[in-house]
Design a protein around this ligand. Structure first.
Ligand SMILES: [Zn+2]
Length: 154
């Protein structure tokens, strides 16, 4: 069982991200005892097996220096990305460019956010061609080209 992506492994182990290996290990041992199958009756075992696996998963990653480094790096990258998202827009706010089949939205730096039509589904994070900012574009429905053409006025 994989932990949900938004679940912080350090939180699962009730530790801070700067905790040493020894601290993580101590917390893991303390927590795992609470959920150990030998200590529980039948019903409690079912409830706790999820917690048990979560702890085990978190410990497996954080106790391995290579995996922990990878995890930390990924966490930092995620935080950085969300810090740099400076706008949330809807697809229809972008300008449709028939020539290259892309949606363009101007960035405040003078650059452009470019979303190709093939990628215009669901919610997308698009980064500026010129600076390090991102926008989130939400695509509510399949764009209707006849209305998109009205917006081609650059
Ligand atoms: Zn920009």
């Amino acid at each position: 069982m994989q932990p949900a992506p938004d679940e912080d492994l350090y939180t699962i182990l009730e530790s801070s991200s700067s905790a040493s290996y020894q601290e993580l290990k101590a917390n893991y041992r303390k927590l795992i005892l609470k959920y150990h199958p030998d200590k529980l009756n039948e019903e409690e075992r079912d409830v706790s097996s999820f917690e048990f696996q979560r702890l085990d998963q978190a410990w497996k990653i954080l106790s391995n220096p290579g995996l922990r480094h990878q995890y930390d790096t990924q966490q930092r990258a995620d935080q950085l990305t969300s810090a740099l998202v400076h706008d949330e827009i809807e697809l229809h706010e972008m300008t449709w460019h028939q020539d290259d089949l892309t949606y363009i939205y101007p960035c405040r730096c003078g650059g452009d956010y470019t979303l190709s039509r093939n990628h215009a589904s669901g919610s997308r994070t698009v980064n500026c061609s010129n600076c390090s900012l991102y926008i989130n574009v939400s695509v509510e429905q399949q764009p209707d080209k006849s209305t998109q053409n009205d917006m081609t006025k650059r």
